[in-house]
Design a protein around this ligand. Structure first.
Ligand code: G3P
Ligand code: CA
Length: 323
C-alpha cells in the first residue's frame, strides 16, 4: 500500500480515538446511545521507554497515541508544582550527589525542602534497573507548567487534543508541611485554560479529602478517585460504597488486581455514572496468568469493560484499541 495512504489511515485512527476530536463522516443517529471511546493514559509518560516524568517521556507518549498523559505532582518549598512520583528525590534523581547535606534525619531528600531553582539543577534518572540505562543521556525534573506547555504545544502542532491526567501526591502531608496543593493546582490549571468538565483533563488522588477540597474550591474539572488494595479503601468496595464516590469524583482508578478479584466493581461504577481507569499495565511485567501483555489488556478492556488503562507502554494499548 502507498505509504501516504498508510500515514493518512494512521492519522485518522489517531483522530478517531482522541476524545474531543471528531472524525469526519456519518455519525450515529441522534437518538443512538454511544459510549465514549476507551482511553490510553500514559503512566508517568511513556515510562516503559524513557525515565518517568521527563519531558522526553511525555513527548514520546504523545507521539505514541496516548489520549492522556499523567504527571504525578509534588510541591517545592517555594510552592511550585513539579513532576515527580515520590515526595522524595533520591529514587529518581542525583540529589544525593548534588546536595549531600540536605537529607532529613530519616535519610531522605524531600522535594518540599528544595526550591524550584534547586530542582532545576537535578538530573532525572531511570528508577528501574531493567529499563532505560541508568545515568545515560541527560534528563531534567520538569515543572508542571513545562509539562503542560509541552503537551499543548504538541497538540497545536499535530491537531490532536491530548489531555493531561495530574495526580496530587500526598496532599494531606503537604498541607501539614504548610504547602497546600489544591490551591496551587487550580491556579496553574486556570492559567492554562483547564476550566470545566469539558476540558481535556482528569485530576486524580488517592485522598478523598483532597478531591472534596477541590470541589469546595469551585473546581468543576473531572476527578478520579484512586484506590489501592489496602484497608482504607475497603468500605468503598460495595455497590453502595462505590455509589458514594460519585459525591466527589467522576471516576475510579483502582489497582488492576482489585478488578480481577471483584469484577462487579466495574458495573457498580458504571451504574453510579463513574468511569473506570485501572492501573498499571506494563509490557515488561506481565502477570504469569496471562499469555501476553495484549491478552491482559484484552481482559480488562473488553471482558471487564473498563473505560481506559494507565500504562507504561502507551503504544501497546493504542494498538490493542485500534485493532
Ligand atoms: O495514578 C494511577 C497510578 O499511577 C497510581 O499509582 O503509584 O504509579 O502513582 P502510582
Ligand atoms: Ca500516579
Amino acid at each position: 500500500m502507498d505509504s501516504r495512504v498508510l500515514l493518512a489511515a494512521g492519522a485518522l485512527a489517531c483522530i478517531s480515538a482522541t476524545p474531543g476530536i471528531e472524525a469526519a463522516g456519518p455519525g450515529p443517529a441522534d437518538d443512538a446511545v454511544t459510549s465514549p471511546p476507551k482511553i490510553v493514559i500514559a503512566h508517568r509518560g511513556a515510562s516503559g521507554y524513557l525515565p518517568e516524568h521527563t519531558l522526553p517521556a511525555y513527548a514520546l507518549a504523545h507521539g505514541m497515541g496516548a489520549d492522556f498523559i499523567e504527571p504525578d505532582l509534588v510541591l517545592t518549598k517555594d510552592g511550585h508544582l513539579i513532576c515527580l512520583h515520590d515526595i522524595y528525590l533520591q529514587a529518581t534523581t542525583n540529589v544525593e550527589q548534588l546536595f549531600p547535606e540536605r537529607a532529613r534525619d530519616d535519610g531522605r531528600w524531600y522535594a518540599a525542602d528544595f526550591t524550584l531553582e534547586e530542582t532545576r539543577r537535578l538530573q532525572a534518572e531511570e528508577r528501574l534497573g531493567s529499563r532505560f540505562p541508568k545515568g545515560a543521556s541527560r534528563f531534567a525534573v520538569p515543572a508542571f507548567t513545562e509539562m503542560i506547555e509541552l503537551v499543548q504545544g504538541l497538540n497545536e502542532r499535530t491537531g490532536r487534543n491530548v489531555g493531561i491526567y495530574p495526580e496530587l501526591k500526598a496532599p494531606a502531608w503537604h498541607r501539614e508541611e504548610g504547602l497546600p496543593m489544591e490551591e496551587a493546582l487550580l491556579e496553574v490549571l486556570r492559567r492554562y485554560g483547564y476550566l470545566d468538565e469539558e476540558a481535556p483533563i482528569f485530576v486524580q488522588s488517592f485522598e478523598e479529602g483532597s478531591l472534596r477540597r477541590l470541589r469546595d474550591l469551585g473546581s468543576g474539572l473531572r476527578q478520579v478517585f484512586l484506590m489501592a488494595e489496602v484497608d482504607q479503601y475497603r468500605h468503598f468496595l460495595s455497590s453502595e460504597g462505590i455509589a458514594g464516590i460519585a459525591e466527589f469524583a467522576d471516576g475510579i482508578g483502582p489497582a488492576k488486581t482489585m478488578l480481577e478479584r471483584q469484577p462487579e466493581l466495574v458495573d457498580w461504577a458504571h451504574d453510579a455514572g463513574l468511569t473506570v481507569h485501572p492501573y498499571t499495565f506494563r509490557a515488561d511485567q506481565v502477570p504469569g496468568r496471562y499469555d501476553s501483555h495484549e491478552a491482559e489488556l484484552d481482559r480488562f478492556l473488553f471482558d471487564l469493560g473498563v473505560d481506559g488503562v494507565f500504562t507504561d507502554f502507551p503504544d501497546r494499548a493504542r494498538a490493542v484499541l485500534d485493532r
